[in-house]
Design a protein around this ligand. Structure first.
Ligand SMILES: C[S@@+](CC[C@H](N)C(=O)[O-])C[C@H]1O[C@@H](n2cnc3c(N)ncnc32)[C@H](O)[C@@H]1O
Length: 319
């Protein structure tokens, strides 16, 4: 029997309400002026139906070059050149949708990156390669266990793009608080500990993958965490900007965009994943919180208890 603390969203299509399913858009609908929706279809066809020059930020989490089952779609590992052709194909469809100052983030693993990087470089300005340190999967007897993913930060224009560095600082607990003439240097002393807000680097070790006790968790095999997407969305877009995700999966980027008051559009080939995404989107108005991001600050891992304590104190002082 499933634990009461297991919050995973994994209902079947038969269990989904007709109302929920009716909220999902289909390629036969008029897609020219559409926003804040998930489209159930093949991105390679649907992208040709969308209005040009509307995307401020594209979040691209394509199938990595691995054998993987995505509810009905069996993605098969390709040769490097085949994967490069596949990548160029979605880039050619994406480009006309982008605004001139758009940013693009592409997720990858280290092996896929070797095929991906030359194609990304040919088409965009590579601004950075972020390493997301994360634990997942079994170890191997004959190789090092993979503990990281790549996130490529690209822009359409080399110098004109949004980057809100002040919105993505990380709050760290200060281990050795330094005082000068009795005054805290670069950190704040609070009842709950000493903290410092640090400049964000391209090494992200403060984000875990969604797991069963988190409300954002679904049955999707490669779901991205909302905290990770929130960093990207806050840094590389502004409120009301248009976020586009052509491989939307369980809707994580769309849900995070909605929580941060951005407009969004996603495409996903699996109706089941669309339904999970739509279910999550419908919950945003009741719970717009993003685990690990509170009061405009990204907290390091394992500080949920402190974050909750601070929230309780704030609520008490507001009353
Ligand atoms: C790596 S997963 C994305 C996961 C997503 N970021 C999330 O957090 O749930 C890639 C997704 O792309 C979908 N997909 C693959 N090819 C597609 C296509 N041609 N059109 C639409 N969706 C596609 C798969 O079904 C899968 O859900």
């Amino acid at each position: 029997m499933r634990s009461k603390r297991n919050k995973t969203i994994d209902f079947t299509l038969e269990e989904a309400s007709p109302e929920l399913l009716s909220q999902i858009i289909h390629p036969t609908d008029n897609l020219q002026t559409i926003s804040n929706k998930i489209i159930n279809g093949d991105s390679f066809k649907v992208m040709t139906q969308l209005a040009p020059h509307q995307v401020d930020l594209a979040l691209i989490d394509p199938p990595y070059n691995l054998n993987k089952q995505y509810d009905g779609l069996n993605f098969k590992k390709m040769s490097t050149s085949q994967y490069q052709t596949y990548t160029q194909k979605w880039i050619d469809l994406l480009k006309p949708l982008l605004k001139e100052n758009a940013s693009i983030y592409v997720f990858s693993d280290w092996a896929t990156s070797m095929a991906l990087a030359p194609i990304l470089e040919k088409n965009f300005t590579i601004q950075n390669r972020i390493t997301w340190q994360r634990e997942k999967g079994r170890g191997s007897q004959k190789n090092w266990k993979n503990g990281m993913e790549d996130i490529w930060f690209l822009t359409a224009n080399p110098s004109d793009y949004t980057f809100n560095v002040d919105q993505v600082k990380q709050r760290r607990q200060v281990v050795a608080p330094y005082r000068q003439d009795g005054v805290a240097k670069d950190w704040q002393a609070t009842k709950n500990g000493n903290f410092r807000d640090t400049m964000p680097s391209n090494f992200w070790d403060d984000i875990s993958i969604p797991y069963w006790s988190m409300p954002e968790n679904t049955g999707h095999p490669t779901q991205k965490p909302e905290k990770l997407l929130a960093k990207i969305i806050l840094a590389s877009s502004n409120p009301n900007d248009f976020i586009f995700d052509p491989f939307a999966g369980s809707g994580s980027s769309l849900v995070t965009a909605a929580k941060l008051n951005r407009r969004y559009l996603g495409i996903e080939q699996s109706l089941l994943y669309c339904a999970w995404g739509q279910y999550r989107l419908n919950q945003v108005k009741d719970d717009p919180s993003i685990q690990g991001y509170t009061d405009g600050v990204f907290w390091e891992r394992n500080t949920l208890a402190v974050q909750r304590k601070i929230k309780r104190q704030q609520r008490a002082s507001d009353e």
